[in-house]
Ligand binder design. Structure first.
Ligand SMILES: Cc1cc2nc3c(=O)[nH]c(=O)nc-3n(C[C@H](O)[C@H](O)[C@H](O)COP(=O)(O)O)c2cc1C
Length: 565
């Protein structure tokens, strides 16, 4: 299809899947429990590699002293580049990385029902994202291999073994011990509940998973960066999700992204980091020629086709010709290691991240902490945003309810320098655009209107109380037209990935502050635009979020993610 038609298809999907007060995006309208998808995919007959013992080894068991290095670091230390790895290359590093990014964080129980939560959040807890690791020889077997991550068992399933020479060539310029992490989405898992809007949620979830992986890499003192330049077709071949025979009858997996996970390069290179290092796409040819095992398990007895999702997925795939256009130049480095008082343990923040189901509607946060949180969302060369290989294009519209020292109202955080003028041009002319007193000059926060925004925020987020009952809630506005014009239809996915990464950073900041966040995928798109005066697609709202003090549901009991921990 010509590039112009692909763009039109992406735009059509976006407009068609908006929620309106009078009409929600299409879905079945009820939950068909008979076809509820299994949250855990397995590859039957694939060899299983245990990650529990390697995790124990990394935690200080069996002669290793690494454990103290990574288990003892504070959350704030995740923002300081490590001079040396906290876990040496090998299976223990892969294990700690996956446990703290895509592993289980808890089991919840209500009466006879039991369900798992994960380190990475997911809309409706449906978890469309599947994770893969591609490791060099000697990490998990003699040959380089491609492995599917099974979070329920915390294990790897070996999908492919391929020729060592191809691996050596592909990663020749990377530090020894580097491995690759790949993500895919099973759209059906999300569409089962949310219908045609589900493709958006799958992309948010990828953004969250990327950010979760970036933070897990920081925990072990490693670097992490998405790889630009890989087409969806090559990625599908590398991860084996194009092997139709292995997916016969099973729900397909849509390739999303590939990342390098790498021990630090040392002090000289650490300013530049891994940003946008490449991996030779010919690695996909080696995978094609490799020895594959395993068949994808079927997740539902039956499924409902959503043509609009298939069309959006197809239109937004990374093509070989467009692939290279997404990489941007290195960003300005910034000292990310600032602290805010006592910082909790990094691993407990990463594993303790949860969504609030309800917020208390009365607690407040200090301006100083609020400013600190917002600063962590700026897209400079700090985790998790240093993992993204495109120019930042999302800005925040904040509904401030209870921040001590700041007037309640509607605010904007412009995440890039040149966005302010564009936002001003797109918004109603009568907004104040005042720099609030007490907010440092280097935080680009502007007051638009001074008012009690609780009712508006609640209404715009599909009448969900959590949007009004926290310290603040927000909408994420993307430079929609410009991103699509500059980078083509695959930028549609990346805008949602960036939104997911911002949401993830906020989840962790909330947790570190003793509060709690919740991603909000249900909102009235054009209601947000009307409030701000946006009449075209220069900016589009892609994701909402709220932060406050949670009210726990005493009917639920919580159990550890893994019985062996
Ligand atoms: C993209 C996305 C959209 C979400 N939308 C909503 C929402 O509209 N309302 C809500 O209460 N929770 C929402 N959530 C929170 C999820 O329900 C929550 O992440 C999931 O149940 C897993 O729980 P956990 O985050 O505690 O692990 C959303 C989460 C994500 C990642």
């Amino acid at each position: 299809m010509p590039a112009r038609d692909l763009l039109a298809a992406v735009r059509e999907y976006h407009d068609q899947t908006k929620h309106h007060v009078s009409r929600f995006a299409r879905s079945l309208g009820y939950l068909d429990w008979a076809t509820r998808p299994d949250p855990f995919r397995t590859f039957d007959s694939a060899a299983r590699i245990d990650l529990i013992e390697p995790l124990r080894a990394a935690a200080g068991g069996r002669g290793s002293s690494d454990g103290r290095a990574w288990m003892g670091i504070s959350y704030d230390e995740l923002f300081v580049p490590a001079a040396s790895p906290r876990v040496a290359p090998g299976l223990p590093a892969v294990s700690v990385f996956l446990r703290h990014s895509l592993g289980l964080s808890a089991w919840k129980q209500a009466g006879p029902s039991r369900w798992a939560l994960r380190v990475n959040p997911s809309s409706g807890n449906l978890h469309p994202t599947e994770g893969y690791a591609v490791c060099g020889p000697g990490v998990a077997g003699e040959h380089p291999g491609i492995f599917h991550y099974a979070p329920d068992a915390h294990g790897l399933e070996q999908r492919c073994a391929f020729a060592p020479a191809a691996w050596d060539t592909a990663v020749a310029h990377l530090p020894a011990g580097s491995f690759l992490a790949g993500l895919t989405s099973i759209h059906w898992r999300e569409a089962w509940k949310y219908g045609e809007r589900a493709f958006r949620y799958c992309q948010h979830d990828i953004g969250h998973a990327v950010a979760a992986m970036r933070m897990a890499a920081a925990l072990i003192g490693w670097e992490f960066s998405l790889v630009p330049g890989w087409s969806s077709e090559s990625l599908a071949a590398l991860l084996g999700v194009d092997r139709t025979g292995d997916f016969d009858g099973a729900e397909p997996e849509e390739p999303a992204c590939l990342a390098i996970v790498s021990p630090p390069r040392g002090p000289i290179m650490s300013d530049v980091g891994l940003q946008w290092a490449e991996v030779d796409p010919r690695l996909a040819d080696a995978a094609r020629a490799g020895v594959w095992t395993g068949r994808a398990s079927r997740l539902s007895a039956d499924r409902v086709p959503w043509d609009s999702i298939d069309a959006a997925a197809e239109a937004s795939r990374q093509t070989p010709s467009l692939a290279r256009a997404v990489s941007a130049g290195p960003r300005r480095a910034r000292a990310c290691g600032t602290r805010f008082g006592a910082s909790p343990l990094a691993s407990s923040v990463l594993l303790g991240r949860r969504s609030a189901v309800a917020l208390d509607g009365r607690s407040s946060i200090d301006l100083e902490r609020f400013v600190f949180m917002l600063r962590r969302l700026l897209p400079e060369a700090c985790p998790p945003f240093d993992a993204l290989c495109w120019e930042p294009r999302l800005h925040l519209v904040l509904f401030v309810h209870r921040v001590t020292g700041l007037e309640p109202g509607i605010y904007v955080l412009a995440r890039t320098d040149d966005a302010v003028a564009n936002l001003q041009r797109a918004f109603h002319a009568n907004f104040a655009w005042i720099r609030p007193a007490g907010v440092p000059d280097d935080l680009p926060l502007y007051l638009l209107a001074h008012l009690d925004a609780r009712r508006i925020a609640r209404q715009l987020s599909c009448a969900q109380d959590i949007a009004a009952d926290g310290f603040f809630s927000l909408g994420m506005l993307a430079e929609f037209d410009e991103a699509l014009a500059a980078h083509g239809p695959s930028a549609y996915r990346q805008l949602f990935w960036e939104a997911g990464a911002i949401g993830h950073a906020l989840y962790l900041e909330a947790e570190a502050a003793g509060a709690r966040g919740t991603g909000i995928g249900c909102f009235f798109d054009d209601g947000v635009h009307e409030l701000l005066g946006i009449t075209d697609h220069r900016f589009q709202s892609l994701y909402h979020f709220t932060v406050g003090i949670p009210v726990d549901d005493s009917r639920l009991t919580t159990h550890p993610g893994y019985a062996w921990e």
